[in-house]
Design a protein around this ligand. Structure first.
Ligand SMILES: [Zn+2]
Length: 326
């Protein structure tokens, strides 16, 4: 079952303990016993690759009656985040102060001006990923995330996979469609939906889960990259979070009527098989706004909404964004 991990993963004691800035002079007189206490508190999987000068910090509970108050800039030198460290899942968090560059694995993070960020884990994510930041001082903050595997729905069938190779005529039609999809997803709109709690675009019977995969006589087929919801033909669906419409066109060979919404930070939603599209490319939409109607256009065996979520190259499980339908 899916459980939501709530609350920020904070390292408050450690943060206070290593609050000194590289530019903070006059704090050279280190307190060794305090330093060792901090080392003990620091999670072992976090490497702060610089010995920091010790700040003169009163215990957090003390009312700080310093006679000669020396202003100490408390700098956050850790990542903090909340979310599910699991395949198809995501985190939202706060990068260390003065981060100039940050990455998750091979993927560069888009850090907002206030330091917040979104990052996510592909359906087939490796078991561990490095979350790292380079600070303006040159210091590198690095943390290893352990990504739990999911028990994907695998169906072994004793039939051969469809004979390979799309026809030349199909590919001639398909290539510009794929180019349009890739180009739309590459757009950076500055949308803020990534920071919201997502809602279901429409409610109805779940007819296909994310990650499901068939193995044809030992040969894996491609997995299902979204969630299928079948509320009935023509039922309106809405934007699950704020965003900007980066693609809204009919007639795609597989997707049919296709809408892609950018939610910012590299996160986007795709809605397939629409019978009707009521938004235009470039339009801003808000969470809950009607964007289209369920249909069976493109390659679909019946009317349903296929909702796919991608963060950069990673395919994500929409169920982890919205929770069970009630
Ligand atoms: Zn689908």
């Amino acid at each position: 079952m899916i459980s939501k991990l709530m609350g920020w993963t904070l390292f408050a004691p450690a943060v206070f303990g290593i609050s000194a800035l590289a530019s903070c002079t006059g704090s050279e007189a280190a307190a060794p016993e305090s330093a060792s206490a901090n080392a003990a508190e620091a999670p072992q999987n976090i490497a702060v690759e610089q010995t920091l000068p010790e700040a003169q910090v009163a215990p957090a509970s003390a009312p700080a009656p310093a006679p000669e108050p020396t202003p100490i800039a408390v700098q956050n030198t850790r990542f903090s985040y909340s979310g599910e460290l699991t395949q198809g899942g995501y985190i939202r968090g706060q990068a260390p102060d003065s981060t100039v560059q940050a990455s998750l694995g091979e993927q560069t993070l888009s850090i907002a001006e206030d330091g917040t960020f979104f990052a996510a884990f592909d359906r087939d994510s490796a078991g561990t990923l490095a979350l790292s930041a380079t600070l303006s001082s040159g210091q590198i903050v690095r943390e290893t995330l352990t990504i739990s595997p999911r028990d994907w729905q695998i169906e072994r069938v004793n039939i051969a996979r469809r004979p390979g190779g799309a026809s030349a005529s199909f590919m001639a039609r398909r290539r510009p469609e794929l180019n349009a999809i890739v180009a739309s997803r590459a757009q950076e709109t500055g949308a803020q939906g990534w920071s919201q709690d997502f809602i279901w675009p429409v409610k109805g019977r779940i007819s296909g889960r994310f990650g499901r995969q068939r193995i044809y006589r030992g040969e894996p087929g491609s997995y299902h990259g979204g969630i299928d919801i079948a509320p009935g033909n023509g039922v309106p669906f809405v934007a699950p979070a704020d965003g900007v419409v980066v693609l809204a066109r009919t007639g795609f060979s597989l997707e049919g009527g296709l809408i892609i919404i950018d939610h910012g930070q590299g996160l986007n939603s795709a809605f397939l098989h629409a019978s009707r599209i009521v938004v235009e490319e470039g339009q801003s939409v808000t969470q809950g706004q009607h964007i289209g109607n369920v249909g069976s256009t493109g390659r679909a065996t019946g009317p349903h909404l296929h909702w796919g979520l991608k963060w950069k190259a990673a395919r994500l499980d929409p169920l982890l964004f919205v929770g069970p339908m009630n």
